[in-house]
Design a binder for this molecule. Structure first.
Ligand code: PMP
Length: 388
């Protein structure tokens, strides 16, 4: 039978065991973790909405009116008026005809891909795409063709080699462990040239990129050029859930075919009410977005100046490359002891030899917070030989 003990031992020996830390307060630039006040530099709560009073009020109001649970899947008894309202609002936000909400971004990806694709399809997938895209492809039975990260020549060569009938190019908008932006404009051009569908998972770009926070399409000045637009409510929105926006026909089809939508309990009404409020804030939140981008650029350049292997960029996901698993773990632990929470990201989440610290900024981090982090990153980076 399954030898879990041996498997766990192996995981531990490779330095890949994972501990769950316990948050004891709401999530902000500082949170209490396992009894200690820590500078939180690991959260996807980019705009600080997790603990925003306006979202909390909307959720509480909704709990008074609708209770705390949805009671069933949307297709049975869990479809509240709020769900429809949010779907209409999200469609408008993403400049799409329609949208459909899922229980999470993960569920949106696996539901959308396995809903539309089958073994007659080929799906071209960036090597660093999120696990839920890869799982969705596997679940669909489609042929999975992986192209080199953001490499349009490799993508084109692979399309020429493998594209036969129905096909899809799937990419993260902002890559979750690298913080770089997919060349969606060029992907769209290739898709048009070869008559392929496109899918962008904008989990980390929704609310963050583009003048109005619409994501990577807005960042590139594109409008409805992508067929399947995935977003999450769990990052900049500060709540939970995922969604797909696109043409009405596609969304209607997903309502009939996406199993993670059909067979899963709807998100609780208070979560949806808070998401509607988050969207109100995001749609008018140019200032917070601008600050977040400025801080991201500032921190990246500070770290580069101090000789860290950090890419330039505008997104709040900042990978600080370390390479070795043990060094990354030690680095993270030394920072933790100093009151800074920046986790080490290791295989299998990232490719072998690319272990890193993944810094994640929020608009609410101050320049002093970032200076404090840089000081300690330099101190321990030197100690561990990560920088000279
Ligand atoms: N896509 C990407 C690119 C992600 O980073 C994540 C979350 N880490 C997801 C999808 C899944 O979203 P959720 O957390 O809402 O399930």
């Amino acid at each position: 039978m399954f030898d879990f003990e041996a498997a766990l031992k192996d995981i531990k020996n490779k330095g890949l065991n994972r501990e769950l830390r316990n948050l004891e307060t709401a999530q902000g630039p500082y949170s209490v973790i396992d009894g200690r006040r820590m500078l939180m530099m690991s959260s996807n709560n980019y705009l600080g909405l997790c603990n925003d009073i306006r979202l909390k009020r909307a959720a509480i109001e909704s709990i008074r009116k609708f209770g705390v649970g949805a009671g069933g899947s949307r297709l049975t008894c869990g479809n509240f008026t709020l769900h429809r309202e949010l779907e209409e609002r999200l469609a408008g936000f993403k400049q799409a005809e329609s949208s459909i909400i899922f229980g999470s971004g993960y569920a949106a990806n696996i539901g959308a891909i396995s809903g539309i694709a089958d073994k007659s399809c080929v799906i071209f997938c960036d090597r660093l795409n999120h696990a839920s895209i890869v799982d969705g492809i596997r679940l669909s039975g489609a042929k999975l063709v992986v192209y080199k990260h953001c490499d349009m020549d490799d993508l084109e060569n692979k399309i020429i080699r493998y594209h036969t009938g129905r096909g899809l190019i799937a990419t993260d908008g902002v890559f979750s462990m690298d913080g770089d932006i997919a060349p969606v404009d060029r992907i769209v051009k290739l898709a048009k040239k070869f008559n392929l569908m496109t899918m962008v998972d904008d989990a980390h770009a929704t609310g963050v990129l583009g003048e109005n926070g619409r994501g990577t399409l807005e960042y590139f000045g594109l409008k409805d050029d992508v067929d399947i637009n995935v977003g999450t409510l769990s990052k900049a929105f500060g709540v939970e859930g995922g969604f797909v926006a696109g043409k009405r026909k596609l969304i209607d089809f997903l309502r009939h075919r996406a199993k993670s939508f059909i067979y899963s309990t709807a998100l609780a009404p208070h979560n949806i009410a808070a998401a509607v409020e988050a969207l109100n804030i995001i749609e008018t939140g140019q200032q917070a977005r601008k600050e977040l981008a400025e801080k991201s650029i500032w921190l990246r350049s500070k770290l580069i100046k101090r000789c860290f292997d950090v890419p330039r960029g505008v997104t709040p996901i900042i990978p600080l490359m370390v390479g070795n698993v043990d060094t990354a773990l030690k680095f993270s632990m030394l920072l933790y002891n100093e009151g800074i929470y920046i986790p080490a990201i290791r295989p299998p989440t990232v490719p072998k030899g690319t272990s890193r610290l993944r810094i994640s900024l929020m608009a609410s981090h101050s320049y002093d917070d970032m200076e404090f982090a840089v000081e300690n990153l330099v101190r321990f980076g030197r100690k561990l030989g990560v920088i000279p």
